[in-house]
Design a protein around this ligand. Sequence first.
Ligand SMILES: Cc1ncc(C[n+]2csc(CCOP(=O)(O)OP(=O)(O)O)c2C)c(N)n1
Ligand SMILES: [Mg+2]
Length: 611
Amino acid sequence: MKDRYDMVNQAAHPLAGASMTGADMVVQVLSDEGVDTIFGYSGGAILPIYDAVFRFNLEHGSAMPLIVPANEQGAGFMAAGYARASGRVGVAMVTSGPGATNTVTPVRDSMADSVPIVVICGQVATTAIGTDAFQEAPVPSIMGAVAKHVFLITDPTKLEATVRTAFEIARTGRPGPVVLDIPKDVQNWKGVFHGSGRLPVPGYRQRMNRLGANKLPEAACADFFAALGRARRPLIYAGGGVINGNASFALREFSRELKIPVVTTLMGIGAIDTTDPLAMRMLGMHGAAFANYAVDDCDCLLAIGARFDDRVAGNPGKFAPGAKFIAHFDIDASEINKVKRIDWSHVGLVPDALLALLDYGRRIGFRRDWSEWQVHCDELRSRHAMNYDRDSELIQPYYVIEAINALTDGEAIIATGVGQHQMWAAQYFDFRSPRLWLTSGSMGTMGFGLPAAIGAQFAQRQRLVIDIDGDASIRMNIGELETVTTYDLPVKVVVLNNCGDGMVKQWQKLFFKGRLSASDKSLHKKDFVKAALADGFPYAVRLDRKSDVARVVEEFIRFPGPAFLEVMIDADAGVYPMVGPGQSYDAMITGEHIASRTAVEIQAPDASKMF
Ligand SMILES: Cc1ncc(C[n+]2csc(CCOP(=O)(O)OP(=O)(O)O)c2C)c(N)n1
Ligand SMILES: [Mg+2]
């Protein structure tokens, strides 16, 4: 199973043949894989590897700093933030038992959003596994259900190859989290380092090789263009796969050359520059009205790295009802025809497929005049533009985001918690490039924003990184405020404080007659500014007057170090548009400030589809 990769490494590795401990091997492979930052928390069962990292850093000028969070969940999300912002594999390293179980949420979150991370867990000694030993948890069974792959390493001679294979599995195909469960005696074992070699994993590698080699045949290109040629209103629906598959460049070229407008999912934000004339922004439950109308009006839909999720196609039968042709590009064969019957599909590397199609189109001289459709989309965009109560005396959250956006110009990394603030950020920020928008899309994990922002800042030291958080979401990992100042990261933290779980309140107002069961926090006593000051933030300000917004936001964004801003927003501000769960886009509510094409009554969703 040796390939060129192994041969080159084998020839080159200066430590091949050296005798070292398992712990040292782990660290050496991390270094070989290009790891430059580890996020993790120590403990008994991981001590040998922590010691090996310490010694490695002494010898190599701190080439692999260990960043210590307040909680292992933070470490997992930092690794994920690092990976999302850079495309490189993020690494978290934790002890056995509680350390490992604290990372379950980021592992599942990374699986659901296809994010490549490697989580290294210490485990009790092989002889103690299964005895309810101190700090033992059944990591393979727990993580087996949520990770892309889990390795429990019981044979130390396979340790080196397993660590290397974990990185391969995390980053190839549909990326995802890989967990390494390493018993303490395996870490302490001494053996010969080979400097190359991976596990056979023949089935997986065969599939990956096939994916890479799966070029679009000429006949498929011909079918595609025959169908596209019949379309009068084609639309691209781009998802997170475009970002994760590094296909943004190809997508932009494809849409620009053929002049096809693009809507993106929450995860696909940044796949196309949101300020591009062809960009129709986000579709779905809280998508722009004009984006959803474009989906309703199109007669040909090109789904690229997207999966017809229930937040996009709440009612799959009525999603893109006029589309006579639906094409689907994905890296994962199991996504094809999973939710919606499609007419044409390609499973493979998305950039290769798009570029091959472009090449075919040029060769056959494909040209269509879709200018009428373009004009229609432009009209949708201006007629149904995002808007809110600009005259309100209260601070509207949209206004705050517009003020920040005016300074960052689509170039900042934006991480978020989960809730209304997340949707407002998705709707009102501009994103010029991929990997600037970091959000927990599929899992929707509150507490994601702050640690993800920290991880992203380590990956992109020169970028402005802003966490747009909710007062409830930030509480979940508020311990990580201290991590920001410990490492003197210039992360900007914004809390849009609506005194409660705004998104939950919105659903309770719409669907539960306004009974705010356990979602109102207006009587809570937390002083966020004091909390930030206590954690060492040199800038921590509360903003509660609309007239101060522009000035304070500018001062906050320009502050050179860690900065914290709490904004007391209108507690009743809603997220609009909204397509209720399980409903089709013709039931979209646009609210008071966004023009609707149809008068829509708020419909109570089918209880069986309520989630
Ligand atoms: C870990 C977790 N628990 C519960 C939820 C359910 N939930 C979704 S949004 C939300 C409220 C979030 O409140 P906040 O962070 O203040 O954001 P807001 O909606 O007010 O902007 C809750 C409880 C969740 N998404 N994640
Ligand atoms: Mg809130």
